[in-house]
Design a protein around this ligand. Structure first.
Ligand code: C2O
Ligand code: CU
Length: 536
């Protein structure tokens, strides 16, 4: 694929905005390939500023050079230059997506990455008659990069979105008559596979179709045990494959999204609509808008998430040996302040976000290059910094150091280790939930709970039988979530909150998996085409 990236004008909410987009479209072009393929994408930057592209959920075995996060695995593709990504698929199947991975540019530089079964493979569910990509987005009247640049320069939180969108359409609830509504054309008695992507900047979303039941079949490009629900909950970064049967009276039905939040600062409670439209249906809508769970309905969120179970349980060691984990990492998640008396800080007591009270600072050259070439002074290999495991993170924080420090610290893992990470949300800042995404892996979500993680009792509640295999985990507000994986992909892999506001404030870290003992277990050599880092 050739991706021409440049500024284009879009009119929504009766307002014209200039956005950086791929091939003049918002969302950008869809990539559609088969399981196990390798995809080459030649990205031409004809825009005004540098950026990178990430293939969200593609593990890129031994191939971190093409993973994409800016200043983690590469430097930005500068205006007037181009770079070809080699995207290596392995066992991913279903729906993923691609997006810019530089500040907030992913708000407009994004698209679907569809992975069909291999030639001789079928779906483990009734073959759908057709499929339809549904990308959920946040819309701002304004350039995404400018919004975060201004917010970071002033130290105040970035503003909330002006609307949400489905495949670039705002629907009929915002009051601007020139806005378009997304229509999905369906034939009576046919079955459709919806490929739903939450590409919104900071908002988890409920999604539903009036009078139609949804059957969830995959999440994060991995099959799950089929279950039906009236709605789904999807976090930024997550993808979900859902079957829907056009089995109602021929007509037109609303599809709708609404944000979910359990934080104190809630996103705007806007319902965004689309239409599920049967062929040969004239006239108006058949039924009124479906009632979605309320914006703060934590029960609806938790009960939906708890129903997601893996189909393909391989019983590998991270599941079988709860005590045979080689490496356990405990990470607290917070939005807090950093005492700023250093030149790195813009303002005293700057607002930041952190993991284990370290607010991540992006280096000037990418960590992958620094690690590969043993260039010192770019990052340190000492994360996590002995976080207190036993503490009342969700209750009384007296005595807890609520100030973060700035740093560029990486977690070092040995090749092949069985790793468990416990993510603990705290009540600092807004106290809400976080969609934490890890590059380079799919991992098992083995446990989750409310309140403080209890090292004595909570591991015995883990699901070691059929936990979902995902790349973005919902850590509930004032609760915890645990995940496991094998460190079998050598490289430098970013981990961050997929709420862009949190990531740009420093809710990030890096996992470095050392090489194994053979070439097949080591990072591939870098391509000669890597973009040069500014100032080097
Ligand atoms: Cu969807 Cu670090 O990315
Ligand atoms: Cu977050």
């Amino acid at each position: 694929m050739i991706a021409i990236v440049r500024e284009s004008n879009f009119t929504k909410l009766c307002n014209t905005t200039t956005l950086l987009v791929v091939n003049d479209s918002y969302p950008g072009p869809e990539i559609r390939v088969r399981r196990g393929d390798t995809v080459f994408v030649n990205v031409h930057n004809q825009g005004n500023y540098g950026f990178t592209i990430h293939w969200h959920g593609v593990k890129q075995p031994r191939n971190p050079w093409f993973d994409g996060p800016e200043f983690i695995t590469q430097c930005p593709i500068q205006p007037g230059t181009n770079f070809t990504y080699e995207v290596i698929l392995s066992d991913e199947i279903g729906t993923l997506w691609w997006h810019a991975h530089s500040d907030w540019t992913r708000g407009s530089v994004q698209g679907a990455f569809i992975i069909l079964p291999a030639e001789n493979e079928t779906y483990p569910f009734p073959t759908p008659d057709a499929d339809q990509t549904i990308i959920l987005q946040s819309w701002y009247n304004g350039d995404y990069k400018q919004i975060i640049d201004q917010a970071l320069a002033t130290g105040i939180p970035p503003r909330q979105p002006d609307a949400y969108a489905i495949n670039g359409n705002l629907g009929d609830t915002y009051g601007c008559t020139t806005d378009t509504i997304f229509r999905m054309q369906v034939d009576y008695e046919k079955m459709y596979l919806l490929r739903i992507i939450n590409a919104a900047m900071n908002e988890q979303q409920f999604f539903a179709i009036t009078n139609h039941t949804l059957t969830v079949v995959a999440q994060d490009a991995s099959y799950v045990q089929r279950f039906t629900s009236d709605y789904i909950l999807i976090s930024p970064g997550q993808t979900m494959d859902v079957l829907v049967s056009a089995n109602q009276n021929v007509g037109q039905y609303y599809m709708a999204t609404r944000p979910f939040s359990d934080a104190s600062a809630m996103p705007p409670d806007n319902i965004t609509t689309g239409i599920f439209q049967y062929t040969n249906s004239e006239g108006g809508l058949n039924a009124s808008l479906i009632t979605l769970p309320a914006r703060d309905d934590t029960n609806a969120t938790n009960s939906f998430i708890s129903r997601i179970r893996n189909t393909n349980v391989t019983q590998n060691p991270p599941l079988n040996v709860p005590t045979g984990i080689d490496r356990r990492v405990f990470i607290t998640i917070a939005t807090n302040t950093v005492p700023c008396n250093t030149s790195q800080c813009l303002l005293p007591n700057r607002f930041v976000a952190s993991l284990n009270n370290v607010s991540f600072v992006f280096p000037r050259i990418d960590i992958l290059q620094a690690y590969y070439n043993s260039t010192g002074g770019v990052f340190t290999e000492d994360f996590p910094l002995n976080p207190p495991v036993f503490y009342d993170f969700t209750g009384n924080l007296t005595g807890f150091n609520t100030r973060a420090e700035l740093g560029t610290r990486a977690v070092m893992l040995n090749y092949g280790e069985a790793v468990e990470i416990v993510l603990q949300a705290t009540q600092l800042g807004g106290g809400g939930s976080h969609p934490i995404h890890l590059h380079g892996f799919s991992f098992y979500r083995v446990g989750s709970g409310s309140g403080n993680f209890n090292n004595e009792t909570d591991p015995s509640t883990y699901n070691l039988v059929d936990p979902p295999l995902i790349n973005t985990i919902h850590v509930p507000g004032k609760g915890w979530a645990a995940l496991r994986f094998f460190a079998n992909n050598p490289g430098v892999w970013f981990m961050h909150c997929h709420f862009e506001r949190h990531s740009s404030w420093g809710m990030d870290t890096v996992f470095i998996v050392r090489n194994g003992t053979t070439t097949e277990t080591s990072i591939r050599p870098p391509p000669s085409t890597m973009p040069r880092c500014p100032g080097t």
